[in-house]
Each structure stands twice: as C-alpha cells, then as structure tokens.
Design a protein around this ligand. Structure first.
Ligand SMILES: Nc1ncnc2c1ncn2[C@@H]1O[C@H](COP(=O)(O)OP(=O)(O)O)[C@@H](O)[C@H]1O
Ligand SMILES: [Mg+2]
Length: 146
C-alpha cells in the first residue's frame, strides 16, 4: 500500500480504519503511531488489535508495554506506549528487544520519541487533529530500514 491519507470524523471511524489496516498486517511488523495527545493513537490501536483478534476493543488501553496476545501459531501482538519513557535506559528496560526476537506485530504509540533500530518492515501512521472530532490519518508502508 502506498502512502494514503484518511479523514475520520468520529472515534468509531478511526477504530474502523484500524480494523482495515489490521487485515494487511503480517508479522513481523512494527506499527509506528505518532501524533499529539488525543489525536487518536490508542483509538486506532483498539481497531488494529481487535481487528487482529488479539483483544477486545475495550481491553486495549495505553500500557507502557504489554504482550496483548499470543496466537496458537505463536505469533504475538504487543502494544507499547512510549509517552512516559524518558530515556534509552528506560527504553531498554521495557523488554522490547525480547519482543523483537521473534516475528510479532508490535504497535507503538509515541513512536516519534525514539529512533528504533531494527530490520522489521514498518507501517507508519501519523494522526493529526483537525476541526472538532475530525482527524487526518496518514499511513505509509516502509520496507525494513537499511
Ligand atoms: N475521529 C476521531 N478519531 C479518534 N479519536 C477521536 C475522534 N474524534 C474524537 N475522538 C476522541 O479523541 C480521543 C482520542 O484519544 P486517544 O485515542 O486516547 O488519543 P492518543 O492515544 O493519541 O492520546 C478519544 O477521547 C476519542 O473518543
Ligand atoms: Mg494513547
């Protein structure tokens, strides 16, 4: 999928977009969510993670780091929020390295806070507030960074 832009007008629409994005995700992949507080990162993560069948929408919150689900084929889904992670030492202590040891879907909120060095394909998603409940959501797919 090339870079694409959507405007959503409610949180339900953003969840719906997340569910559609989930259909295209195959581990290993990093889903990098950026955008200011309240822009809808967790809302989109609800759609993605519930769309993967890894958790119910209402059970997806903003944890610093959590293994959401492990499927019977051992594929794992993680949800990470780097908002409260202040430095590299804290980042290292999360256990992200272990998560990266085998193919998984790792959804990361506030991904812009750190440059994550690894060779997984990435889906980057930037969310912006527009007027009222409208959000601009820009999605681009990147092969593994060099
Ligand atoms: N179009 C929309 N997309 C996503 N969230 C929306 C939208 N319109 C209103 N909202 C509201 O904005 C807030 C987004 O919060 P959240 O997803 O936790 O943001 P973030 O994780 O980026 O801080 C929620 O209260 C949600 O109901
Ligand atoms: Mg959040």
């Amino acid at each position: 999928m090339p870079a694409a832009e959507w405007i959503t007008r409610s949180s339900e629409e953003t969840v719906g977009l997340g569910r559609r994005l989930a259909e295209q995700l195959r581990p290993p992949v990093l889903v990098l969510l950026s955008g200011e507080l309240g822009s809808g990162k967790t809302t989109l993560a609800k759609g993605i993670i519930s769309g993967l069948g890894a958790a119910r929408e209402e059970d997806v919150t903003s944890p610093t780091f959590t293994l959401v689900h492990e499927f019977h084929n051992h594929a794992k889904v993680y949800h990470v929020d780097l908002y409260r992670v202040d430095n590299f030492r804290d980042l290292e202590s999360l256990g992200l390295e272990d998560a990266l040891a085998q193919p998984a879907v790792i959804v990361i909120e506030w991904s812009e806070r750190f440059v994550l060095r690894n060779d997984w394909p990435q889906l980057t998603v930037h969310l912006e507030h527009l007027e009222g409940d409208a959000r601009r959501i820009t999605v681009s797919e990147a092969a593994a960074p060099a």
